[in-house]
Design a protein around this ligand. Sequence first.
Ligand code: TTP
Ligand code: MG
Length: 524
Amino acid sequence: MDTDEEGDNDWDRSLESDMLETEGSSTDRVTSISQRVILHIDLDCFYAQVEMIRNPALRNKPLGIQQKYLIVTCNYVAREHGVNKLMSVTDAVEKCPQLVLVKGEDLTHYREMSYKVTELLMSYCPLVERLGFDENFMDVTEMVERRLKETCISDLSFNGHVYKHESMAVDEENARLAVGSVIAAEMRQAIFSTLGLTGCAGIANNKLLAKLVAGTFKPNQQTTLLPYSTAELMSSLTGLIKVPGIGYKTREKLKALGLVSVRDLQLYSLADLVREFGEVTAKRIQNLACGIDDSPVTPAGPPQSLSDEDSFKKISTLEEVQKKTEELLTSLTERMHKDGRRPHTFRLTIRQYTVTNRWFSRESRQCPIPNHTGLKITCGSSEAVPQLLGLSMKLFHKMLDTREPFHLTLLNVCFSNLQAKSSSKSSIASFFTQKCPTTTQMTSQQQVSMYDFPYFNVPANVDPYVFSQLPADVQRELLTEWRQQKPVLKIPSKHSHKTSSTRDKKSAAKGSQCNNILKYFKPN
Ligand code: TTP
Ligand code: MG
């Protein structure tokens, strides 16, 4: 399996740091946290959906996506035949002999679609956090508040299911979640009509509960959790493994203390837990077991690397390598130029065909990018590509002896160590000097193909990228302030993105002369 998946560990880590940050927070903050409206959107049989979009003939057939000997996912037709995620290919074919298998080792299309979904969601609301390839959290509290001001509670109803309720009337107390459920339905509809993907949503007061409740009804459905049903949802979990944020090592330690179920952890003495884990972790995991999670939805920043790759049946001559690499470099340098940052490291990856290990034999070499080449990339000069091609071929010869026959099935070019043009990296002003950030956050190993950074619904003089880098609390505070001053927070139409970006960049440049960070964000 490819290694550039974001995994549950990210969720574990982010929860941990969030708890540290929020230690000692005020009562006000706790109150506001309990009133948040958080959505969790999880796409249905994600890789299988992408393959069905690529080849609609697969739509009504049982489809399994294969990585090595495993079915990493399968469509819902296959699930009706008893095929499940992570079943071995042998077992799956035994259950469903007509199962169609598609190889899913190359993540390019999944990744591309994944970022399109995040981008779409961010065009409605700035607070979107990715989890893995097919999950996104959204903090829609501000949207909900805005709508509530314009809506009469008696006109509201819940969209989709309410956890453990057949039907539910809307009152003062649950109105925010009801509006959240309407927004969730709109987001799912937007994803479907724009990208053709279905998914499930959970609506709750925090990330943990939104994620847990989202899977209650599948596929293509949504469920809202009312706060008083929290205990019931938590006790329905079959074990601590089902609690996101409690990782393998923690679970092992808990097991050694005799704690296996969610209930065990809820009831265990906090003092004893503190002795074992320290105060922060002890409180965090016990809170999680009780469904308490005040971690913020943290929007993604720009990616740490940009890359492009192509896979093919066979490349076996130096000329073909040069031609393909040149093609890849041309599109990559164009994207890098649009991004505005300067890459300092270049990496070339190849995959050689071998009979025994067809898909997993990638090899890479990397080198620093000379200053003159880096400058050519950032200013969009056509001379950048030949210079990079020279570097590429040097790296290529380090990996392969071309006097011997070779058989390549993939080439990947990658820029990493991306730095903003301004020399002072730590200064906030460096963000404003960036030309046009175009992508969203990934780990250093991740790549993105055609993902453009979305433009947030923030006032015209605010750089959306800078805004996205601020802590969630500050974002919320600013949004509230702007909303009170001027009704500027319109949802941008997709077609207006380019225009507003130019305007935003100009205004942001103007704003960069101020000293106080808040001045950057005050509408003129
Ligand atoms: P999931 O959201 O777990 O599964 P899914 O979207 O396929 O199905 P569901 O309708 O139940 O949500 O994972 C998202 C994608 O991640 C999935 O399509 C394939 C991939 N994946 C792996 O690569 N390895 C794994 O172990 C799992 C579980 C998923
Ligand atoms: Mg999914």
